[in-house]
Each structure stands twice: as C-alpha cells, then as structure tokens.
Design a protein around this ligand. Structure first.
Ligand code: SF4
Length: 444
C-alpha cells in the first residue's frame, strides 16, 4: 500500500517522462505524453516538480536496462521526502520484467508494458485513488500503431511509426518478445499523420519501424509506395527512415531514394558482424557477400549517399578471426558511422541459451578497437565533404554562442554562424572543416 496524499485531488497531476533507448522509445514517450495531457495531466520538465515520474525504458541491451534501474534507485531520497510520489516503469523493460521489476526495485509503483500504454491515464488515476501497485503487461498485440502522438517534443522534425514489432527473431534480440509480431500500420493513417505534421509546420519526418522495408499494408501498399505517397505532401521537405534490414533491402528501394526528391540520401543498414558463421548464428538471413553487394548497388544508384550500421562484438563463440572479418568489412564498406555494442544475453532471445564464452575483457578490447577503427573511417568520410556545398535544415542553436546547428541530407551534423531566424529553414552551407562526427561550415 502506498502513502496517501491530497495533492492529486486538488490539481492536475504533473508527470515527468525520462526516456532511454531508441527513436521508437522517444516516439512512444510522445504518445504517452499526448494521451496523458488529453486526460487532464500536465507534463513537466524535471523530476523534482513531478507527482508522477515515468521511466520509458529500453531492454535491448543489458547496459541500458541497468541504467534505468540505477536511475530509479537514485530517487530513493526523493521518495523518502515525498512518499506520495509515483514512480512508473513503462516500455520494453516493463514488458520484459513484469512483476519482477518491483522485486528488483521496490520504489516502483506501476509497471506498464508496451501493449498497455494506451491505458496509462486510467491506470495512473486508479493508482492515485486506490494507492495499490499496478502491473499491466498483457496486451502485446496493441492497437497503438494506429494512434498517433498529439504531443510532439519539437517543431521541426517528427518521428512517425509505420509499424510495430518484428518477425525476424534474430537470435540475440528481445524485440519480438517485448514488442510482439510485426504489424504494419494502415497507410491512410500514416498519410493523415504526416499531413497533420506538415500543417503544424514540421519540415522533416523520420519513418520508424523495427524493419521498415518489410512494411506491407492493404491494397498492395509496400514501403516504396508509402514513400511515394509521402513525397507528395506539401510542406514536408525531408523524409528519412530507419531501420532497414539487409535481407529486405534491394535496388528498387535505392532507386526510389534517388527518384523521390524529399527522401534523404542516408541508409542505416545494420550488418552486426562481418563473419558469415556468426551471422548465421545470429539468424540474420544474409551473408557478408550479399551485404557488400547491397552496398555496391546503393553507392551506384545513390551516389554521395551516406551509410551507417550497427555492430555487435563478442557474440558467443566469436573468435579473433571472426572479429577481424568484422573489422575488414568496416574498412571495405567505409561506413559514415557505426553504433557499436558488446554482446549481452537477453532472455528469452535464443542466443541466451548459448554459453556467453567471450570474456568481458575481450569484449571490452574488441569494442575499443572497433570504435577506434570506425572513428578513423568516419574522419576520412567527413574529410571528403570539406570544400563542398551542402543543404542543411537548421534545427536550433549550436553549442557555441552565435552558432546554429543542423543536418545535411546525408544526416551529418553541421554547425555554422548564423542568425536565429534561420531555425527551421533550409540553407546552403560551405563545409570548411571536419571532425569524425561533426562538420563546421559557413553560410554560402
Ligand atoms: S530485425 Fe532482428 S535485431 Fe531488428 S528488431 Fe527484429 S529481431 Fe531484433
């Protein structure tokens, strides 16, 4: 039983949401904020001023999960001072842990899984009224993909979910278990959402899905057809998408990227490993050869396009030879950047039954060395842009006073001097210098 307070009977409960993890989680937090506002809650920007603190968590990596529980633990003093404070865990970690989340952290009052978030306003109101802990984690096949967030945490760029869940069952991945099987969203609803964003002045959209290329909706609409429809929407200047799965990527998609003027020239195509033996154990459904052929097609069809990837080091049985193959592939492709991770078993994903036999020291060393290698490769890729003119959508002030910051169509960060009135506009910038992950320019 939780402590009773009169705060909630007097005024609208104030909610603070802390988000961990991928763009999908950021989008989910916007969705939750929107439905809470619609139901009389107020959103606040700090935990100190909140009556309800929600942690929207990612459980894809063990490290992310540990950070979430660590952050919840840090609220011990606040909860002691204000016992009526409600602490909630939502998202993938909530779905994976269920009741065990409360065993792990008794500070948690509500656990709400990925399929139950649409019911959060009612659940929180029940909790505030009856003061009993709540665990809601049953509706894996949620209706949420058809609903879109009314609340947006920005004015220039917005994320748009085109589907939820995944059928691929990569052996290391927990997503199909915590987000359910793949469900493509209705094309009409996606178009409606993007039109509404355009009407509100948004310039860029990022289409999200665990595997966007396998999007299939009614009447034969596939991913390319959706890109074509969205490309016609007035007001939207840029369309991005992630994540693409190599087994579903193909030359026709690259041709669409080239032919549709708003679709940006950036492809995020996770390779995960350069060793075919490890790729097979990972159940990725492609070989390094097939991946390299895709990259070749992409570079031929979308000249100047950027390509980024994900890498996991230390998968069970990964030998030094396997790891070297990953490094060789990185060099061969010349990725613009890569997200690199150490393997950790995530039950009930299939690989969690394999012995986690690469020691943490070796994983650490491989991670360090792959990051160092990628940094050099990224530096070389960035250098190539120096002296060229690029189109930048200005997203806000830069780090240095007087600077603005934005991104190129190929998704590279650029900063340059300019007036605040340019925020939200697309400008031409000449690149004058480069660091591995950031470009410096001047207005052309
Ligand atoms: S494609 Fe594989 S890694 Fe990506 S979400 Fe699906 S199962 Fe996980």
């Amino acid at each position: 039983m939780l402590e009773k307070s009169k705060t909630y009977e007097k005024s609208a409960p104030r909610v603070y949401i802390r988000t961990f993890g991928c763009q999908m989680n950021v989008r989910d937090s916007e969705f939750v904020a929107g439905i809470l506002i619609d139901n009389g809650f107020t959103m606040v920007k700090s935990a100190d001023s909140a009556d309800v603190i929600l942690f929207n968590s990612c459980s894809v990596r063990k490290h992310a999960e540990e950070r979430v529980f660590g952050n919840i633990g840090q609220l011990k003093h606040l909860k002691r001072k204000r016992p009526e404070l409600v602490i909630g865990l939502i998202g993938c970690t909530a779905q994976a842990y269920k009741e065990k989340a409360i065993e792990r952290s008794p500070l948690i009052d509500i656990v709400c899984g990925t399929g139950d978030e649409a019911g959060l306003p009612r659940l929180i109101k029940d909790l505030l009224k009856h003061r009993r802990r709540i665990v809601a984690v049953d509706k894996i096949g949620r209706p949420k993909p058809e609903l879109f967030p009314k609340f947006r945490d920005g004015k220039i760029k917005a994320t748009v979910s085109i589907g939820e869940g995944c059928d691929n069952f990569c052996s290391y991945c927990i997503v199909p278990y915590v987000r359910g099987r793949e469900r493509s969203r209705d094309a009409k609803n996606i178009i409606k959402e993007v039109k509404s964003l355009a009407g509100r002045g948004f310039k860029e959209i990022l289409l999200l899905g665990q595997n966007v290329n396998s999007y299939r909706a009614g009447r034969g609409k596939d991913f390319i057809a959706i890109l074509e429809d969205l490309n016609k929407i007035k007001g939207i200047e840029r369309i991005r998408f992630m994540t693409s799965h190599p087994k579903d990527a193909h030359a026709e998609l690259f041709k669409a990227m080239r032919g549709l003027d708003k679709v940006c020239e950036h492809l995020h195509l996770p390779i995960q490993s350069g060793s075919d033996r490890i790729l097979k154990l990972m159940n990725r459904g492609y070989t390094s050869g097939k991946y390299l052929k895709l990259v070749e097609d992409y570079r031929r069809i979308v000249p100047g396009g950027s390509i980024t990837t994900d890498i996991i080091v230390g998968f069970p049985t990964e030998s030094e030879r396997d790891f070297k193959k990953t490094c060789a592939l990185l060099e061969k492709v010349g990725f613009d950047s890569a997200y690199t991770f150490k393997y950790s078993p995530r039950p009930p994903a299939k690989s969690s039954v394999l012995e986690d036999d690469v020691s943490s020291g070796v994983k650490e060393e491989r991670l360090r060395s792959v990051m160092e290698l990628q940094r050099k490769i990224s530096a070389g890729r960035s250098e190539k842009v120096v002296g060229t003119l690029v189109e930048v959508l200005v997203e806000g002030p830069g780090r240095k006073p007087g600077d603005l910051a934005g991104r190129t169509r190929s998704n590279k960060n650029v900063s340059f001097e300019g007036k605040k009135g340019l925020i939200g506009k697309t400008v031409r910038v000449e690149i004058v210098s480069a660091e591995p992950y950031a470009l410096k320019g001047r207005l052309a």
